[in-house]
Design a protein around this ligand. Sequence first.
Ligand code: SF4
Length: 323
Amino acid sequence: MYPWRQTRDPYAILVSEVMLQQTQIATVLDRGFYIRWMSRFPNLRALAEATEEDVLSAWQGLGYYRRARNLHRLAQLIMHEHGGRFPDTPSAIRSLPGIGPYTAGAVASFAFGLAEPIVDGNVARVLSRLWDDATPIDSAKGSQKLWQRAQAIVQASSDPRSLNSALMELGQVVCRPIKPACMLCPLQQECQAQAPEQLPVKKTKTTLSEVTERVFFDLSPLGVLLEQEKGSRRTGLWKLPALALEEGKTPPPVLLKTSYGITRYKVTLWVHEAPAPPHAIANVQRFRQAELKELPMPSPYRRALEKLLETTSCSTQSFSLAL
Ligand code: SF4
């Protein structure tokens, strides 16, 4: 059983739910993110008192850093406005920063045993099939139906915690997207699905937009030059500095080309040699190699930087030793 299903601590449950919002369970659990976070910030107070740099650094590798910032804000708000006690009513939980209906339902039912619904992808699939409903689950009407049905089911239950957990597990293990195990399903008698594999229906297909990003790698005996992001979702994180292309001028040679995905974008990242003369960029600083590990940095830049440093240390050993 997952560690967050073996506790009633609302903070521990919240952390797991927020991590799982946009990250696979295998990453959160098998790669140790949840366990490391909980040992670094075991309670609301520890998180509230941490610096933003510490929080972002602990979140490294999970992406979508807004989640970490919201958790940090939430911990500070509960310490200051709720006397350090996690709110235990549905409306107060929903009013916390970064908490949507799903996360609110998970905390309310798993931590406090409240009869609050949860609709995640697994539950949506089960409910669409139980009612044989082809209303797109990503439409306003479809979403409304799902939440109303989930609410009706949980309110009729004497054990909301177990009910929500069972519904999620049913979707994960039995009512699978492909080849649902209907013969093993405890809801087989009630289920109205005629062609379960054709449900649920979605109205939109996500199309990826292609984006190009150019940065540069500037390494000197004083360290590697990095730029701190400002005014974006990645505010506070460090990255390779942006390369401004001047019209009519040939860009510096390319050292590395790689790509990564973020939300609905496929980004091609070109890393160039440092421009000469150097760009005038605000928010830049040089870091020695030993300092890079603790620096909050989005994974695509970290991977690129590691490759570049590896290549540099192979070709210029003395340079690497100077770092
Ligand atoms: Fe899903 Fe089949 Fe169970 Fe219906 S009977 S809920 S389609 S597993």
